[in-house]
Design a binder for this molecule. Structure first.
Ligand code: ADP
Ligand code: MG
Length: 322
């Protein structure tokens, strides 16, 4: 497993990461979630041995990243922020170079390169300079170099940042495929990504760990957990008052030009009873329904609460969570 204890990074009088501790087991896909500037990349750089912590300790399967850096780093694949590479190298040259740096020679080196080229579907790109590739392909080259030695630990900093929706989907599928038996840590400021690929989510705000839970547990902390969502094709003026009058309703939020309603129950344990009451009301009123379901909760709502609590004045946080 990997173990992080009281990790801290200070730049001058500014503390980017404040005493973060946690451990991760094989099979876990851990998502670092947080607004820009929260300290996600800095934490990853310390875990991978790219920068030295001001204080604290990192061990990768019992190898101390500072005392046994080569042994520890041989177990890690790392995609740094922005997937940097040597732009004037051909994809094939770059991957051979990385394979050599990872200690492979001869046939084994070529086998490793061929394998990641196939895995990342880079066949048509191998003879192109990296600078000429699209963002999606560049990112795939970055992931290819990170997995070329089949590492136990994969650390991917914003692996889908700046990709179009199809490319995002492909990279997420790939991460899911890679995560069996490995430790994967990804950072993202996209909430849906955490629900899509992670088994565990850590919310970081201002260098501090403010939540460590499964995506489902986080959703359950949302004020929309077990809320009832009703979307109608048309709604008359009485719809809101009828819904608000139901027993067990705390509040009703209106959206979608007054045809969408979110009923927040007084008690989430009685959400099913409220759901039945809504169903009966719909039938008795003869409403035409587009959607009716119980919500699991909204991650963005929890994220906003936790990151804004950390600093009500943090304008960077406001930008991300709006
Ligand atoms: P994130 O990846 O969550 O967006 P970072 O870890 O990149 O955040 O940055 C955390 C904070 O540390 C930011 O305020 C950033 O400006 C600051 N920071 C990062 N690297 C340096 C550096 N080399 N010198 C000074 N400040 C830095
Ligand atoms: Mg970052």
């Amino acid at each position: 497993m990997i173990k992080i204890e009281n990790l801290r990074k200070t730049y001058g009088d500014f503390t980017a990461v404040k005493n973060i501790s946690f451990s991760v087991q094989p099979g876990e896909v851990l998502g670092f979630l947080g607004p820009n500037g929260a300290g996600k990349s800095t934490t990853m750089k310390m875990i991978t041995g790219f920068i030295r912590p001001t204080a604290g300790f990192v061990s990768i399967f019992n190898y101390d990243i500072e005392k046994a850096p080569v042994a520890a780093k041989s177990l890690i694949g790392y995609l740094p922020e922005g997937a940097p590479a040597y732009g004037d190298m051909l994809v094939s040259q770059f991957l051979r170079f990385i394979a050599e740096a990872r200690g492979f020679t001869g046939e084994e080196k070529q086998r490793r390169v061929d394998h990641v080229v196939e895995r990342l579907a880079l066949e048509t790109m191998v003879n192109r300079p990296i600078d000429n590739l699209s963002k999606g392909f560049k990112r795939r080259v970055g992931i290819a170099q990170a997995i070329i030695h089949d590492p136990q630990v994969l650390i991917l900093d914003e692996p889908t940042d700046g990709l179009d929706p199809n490319q995002k989907h492909q990279v997420r599928e790939l991460i899911r495929g890679l995560s069996k038996e490995k430790i994967v840590i990804i950072s993202t400021h996209i909430l849906e990504e955490v629900a899509a690929v992670c088994t565990r989510a850590m919310i970081i705000a201002e260098g501090t760990l403010v939540a460590d839970a499964t995506p489902a547990e986080l959703e359950s902390r949302s004020r929309y957990h077990r809320a009832i969502r009703l979307a109608l094709t048309h709604a008359d003026d009485s719809a809101l008052s009828n819904l608000s009058a139901l027993k067990g309703v705390r509040t009703v939020e209106v959206s979608d030009e007054n045809t969408g309603f979110t009923l927040i129950p007084v008690n989430t344990d009685h959400s099913s009873e409220l759901f039945s009451a809504v169903t009966q009301l719909v039938a008795s009123q003869g409403w035409s329904v587009k959607a009716l379901y119980v919500e699991s909760g909204r991650l963005d709502d929890v994220f906003r609460q936790l990151t804004l609590l950390e600093s009500a004045r943090d304008t960077e946080a406001m930008e991300v969570v709006q």
